[in-house]
Design a protein. Structure first.
Length: 85
């Protein structure tokens, strides 16, 4: 039978905290980006299905730009703007 070692409790708590911060940031930034995209695309065009699809694409584009900005401002391999993620 092979040895099965579990990580130290401090590592698990730190990892869970990091994950929680990263997840919270991504949820909040996605909500903000989708809201901006929805207003920018559908409001002036009296939105329909295609405009809503365009808004979703714009939201995805904003998410991509945020991830690229996060990579440029820090040396870590993360798309998060939060410190230590």
């Amino acid at each position: 039978m092979s040895d099965f070692s579990l990580p130290h409790a401090d590592t698990v708590v730190k990892t869970a905290t990091t994950y929680g911060r990263d997840l919270l940031e991504r949820v909040l930034s996605t909500a903000l980006q989708a809201g901006i995209a929805g207003i920018v695309v559908t409001q002036p065009l009296d939105g329909n299905m295609w405009h809503a699809a365009g808004a979703a694409g714009l939201g995805a584009g904003l998410s991509l730009l945020k991830g690229l900005f996060a990579k440029l401002r820090d040396v870590t391999n993360s798309a998060s703007l939060a410190k230590g993620v």
